[in-house]
Design a protein around this ligand. Sequence first.
Ligand SMILES: Cc1cc2nc3c(=O)[nH]c(=O)nc-3n(C[C@H](O)[C@H](O)[C@H](O)COP(=O)(O)O)c2cc1C
Length: 193
Amino acid sequence: MKNLIVYAHPNPKSFNHAIMETLAGELKAAGHEVRVRDLYEQNFDPVLKPSDFELIQAGKSAADVKVEQDHIAWADVISFVHPIWWTGLPAIFKGYIDRVFSSGFAFTINETGVVGLLNGKKALIINTTGTPEEMYNKNGMFNGMLKTSDDGIYRFCAMEVLKHVFFTAVPYITGAERAKMLEEVKAVAKMIC
Ligand SMILES: Cc1cc2nc3c(=O)[nH]c(=O)nc-3n(C[C@H](O)[C@H](O)[C@H](O)COP(=O)(O)O)c2cc1C
């Protein structure tokens, strides 16, 4: 299977980087094709500009956006790996969605309403939090984040959400606990393909 990993974290020594590498390694070891888009390393420009709107209206995309759209078009399974910042997406990742998941590419609107155009593509979302699991369960924050990302972005574009994993309290746990989480990433990799 063709696997695309869209990854956003500024620190190559971060736990998110370890998640991305573990996932890519496991998928490759199982014989799958893997491409990684590292948004910080690429210096991806997350700002949706007037010129982007003009291009969308003309049925086109900016050159950097087209590169990312071609990767999405290529993939069967797309994994999105990033930390939770301010209870949502890091700005660079949000800007990737703003620009790459554009009208005419990821969705369109016709007389029946919104039609997702990424049908047939499967999504895996892996996020990390600083907040402990009990707190976000108790205050409903997980439900909010699942709603705005899985429903608001991926299912809106007709993708099938295979799994959304939250690894919680990451800065405060032991190395052994983090190692256990990476084992879970390996199990998820086996599950998605
Ligand atoms: C700008 C910023 C905003 C953050 N906002 C949240 C938040 O809203 N909720 C949360 O649980 N953790 C938040 N955190 C903590 C990170 O999610 C946490 O440190 C990260 O997921 C740990 O993974 P890492 O070691 O790969 O960075 C924030 C961190 C930063 C830098």
